[in-house]
Design a binder for this molecule. Sequence first.
Ligand code: ADP
Length: 407
Amino acid sequence: MFNILSTKKSTKTLNSKFENDQQKFEVIINTIDDGVVLIDGNENVQLFNPAAEKITGWKKTDVIGMNINNILKLVNDKNEPYSDDANPIKKIFLMPKPIRDNNANLVTVSNMTIPISLSVSPVIESDNKVTAAVIGFRNISVERAEEQKRAEFISTASHEMRTPVAAIEGYLSLALNSKVATIDSRAESYLQKAYTSTQHLGKLFQDLLTSAKAEDGRLSSHPVVVELGSFLEQIEGDLKFSAEKKNLFSEFVIGSSRNIDASTNNLTENHQVKPLYYVLIDPDRMREVIINLFDNAVKYTEEGKVSIGITGDSDIVQCYVRDTGVGIPTEDIPHLFQKFYRVDSSATRTIGGTGLGLFISKKIVELYQGRIWVESELGKGTTFFINLPRISNDRAIEMQNKLINPS
Ligand code: ADP
């Protein structure tokens, strides 16, 4: 039980210990379980706490004054050293904003690679200049191992469950086929409902499996050169029917007078459009993304139209799926691409879904160094944009020829 007397006593002992701010600061820095490092404007170490020693294997006495990049050696998931552009410790001196990286790995003194969560915060002087930085980091091996176990469990369970669900779906579809089975109309309506629910279940297991693979990097992908314009036009042709079933107009729009600024997402007017948009993608994977965006557009639109469009500049191909539907509240937009996230509204409550589609779509787009984001206005409609690196026509033809004549 909580003992007020002993608490009072220990508070008193502590108070006497913390007579000045310097002592308090030292107790925190020496006790905290996270590695804390202070570097100066030349990226040299000025402070290295005991937790930083424990995590990295370096001794404080050896690192003070040394360049931090020789101490905190950061590598990505493929064990490649961070480029200067990706390294938060380099970026902090260019952009005075705290940076967090939960996917970093650290190479320790004994050459072990451990996953860490890293945050780098700038020390800013009055003229907005970054003169030093505070680096905090934590060993997240346990969390990563748990995540991995969870993903493996989901992957195995959904794989095992998908097979019997596919069999149930198959038998229900046979029962509903008047050429092979005879059932009365009441049984037919029950079986139709069972069939629809089984299809949802099958989709959920499939999405769970794909998302587990996307998380642990097992998502298979065979990128080839694809002309995205004709690719999207064909998909729109195949999907038109599902929009028309809901009395929605569906269209494919090639080119536009708009220009792309990938860094700010600003679209400016009057850009000359080139007709062939070559990209390097796995067509099966990208089809999944476009179908998901189109299905969502149809699901969340009651009247108007759904458009698939493409435009680009010399470096980037941009495609989009636009609808005139319910729109997405501004506060939900930052969370949309998270696993299982669904907007809590009357529309989503009545419309089925797993909240996995956009998470998977983002993972797929990132496989091709692409970017996906959304712009939406409540009650007016939503546009999902995808930017992909563009391959020049000459390069695309050269790559295609190489595939046909490998010698
Ligand atoms: P699901 O559609 O299966 O719920 P998604 O990951 O595809 O999962 O989408 C996540 C959420 O984003 C949806 O539940 C919905 O709230 C919102 N959303 C996605 N696309 C649209 C759209 N075109 N219009 C309005 N809301 C959308």
